[in-house]
Design a protein around this ligand. Sequence first.
Ligand SMILES: CC(C)(COP(=O)(O)OP(=O)(O)OC[C@H]1O[C@@H](n2cnc3c(N)ncnc32)[C@H](O)[C@@H]1OP(=O)(O)O)[C@@H](O)C(=O)NCCC(=O)NCCS
Length: 181
Amino acid sequence: MIELGPVPWPPAPIRTERLVLRRSEARDRAAFIELFASPEVGTYVGGPRPRAELENAPEVPGRRPGFFVIEADGAMIGMVTLDRRDAQRPGHVRPEGEEAELGYMFLPRAWGHGYAAEACAAALDWFAGALPGERVVLCTQTANGRSMRLAARLGFTEVARFEEYGADQWFGVWSPVAASD
Ligand SMILES: CC(C)(COP(=O)(O)OP(=O)(O)OC[C@H]1O[C@@H](n2cnc3c(N)ncnc32)[C@H](O)[C@@H]1OP(=O)(O)O)[C@@H](O)C(=O)NCCC(=O)NCCS
């Protein structure tokens, strides 16, 4: 895992109209297990992880810069991540690679309310303040309709399509300048 960069972490919890973005805590463990073990959540992201394996892991997931737990009404409903994209993988917008990449996973009961869009917009806003001027990339399976719609709603534009992990992938970029125009 490549660190996001010299960002102050954790920031004070970020509040949106309905949500809180904050670092992960030990009390999020059950929600993390539910998220990673869900076949529905795992459909386009490599499948669910075995519940026993998740339950035996000692650590609190997501203790790193750029990893936000998303909370609604006091409980975790998902996560939004900004990590560096490995230069060896396909899909880049600069020669040296290691672009900041947005990721998102929400519990199925939280889908269809605009929560992911609200949380990702706030995370992108935080990123634009932390590392001004930097672009953010995103990669999703083209078959993942919800994720494709979310990427468009957030203002990501297509850079390339390619195959990876045996599936068609959409690769897009978000620019803070274009987003604030
Ligand atoms: C990808 C994922 C985060 C999308 O979740 P989502 O809830 O569909 O995304 P949004 O927050 O953009 O919500 C949009 C939906 O909420 C609806 N909605 C309801 N109230 C809303 C509101 N107040 N504001 C905005 N949208 C609202 C929209 O109409 C839209 O529904 P539709 O897609 O049926 O038209 C979710 O499906 C997920 O976690 N999937 C599993 C993990 C995954 O595949 N991640 C992608 C890795 S690349």
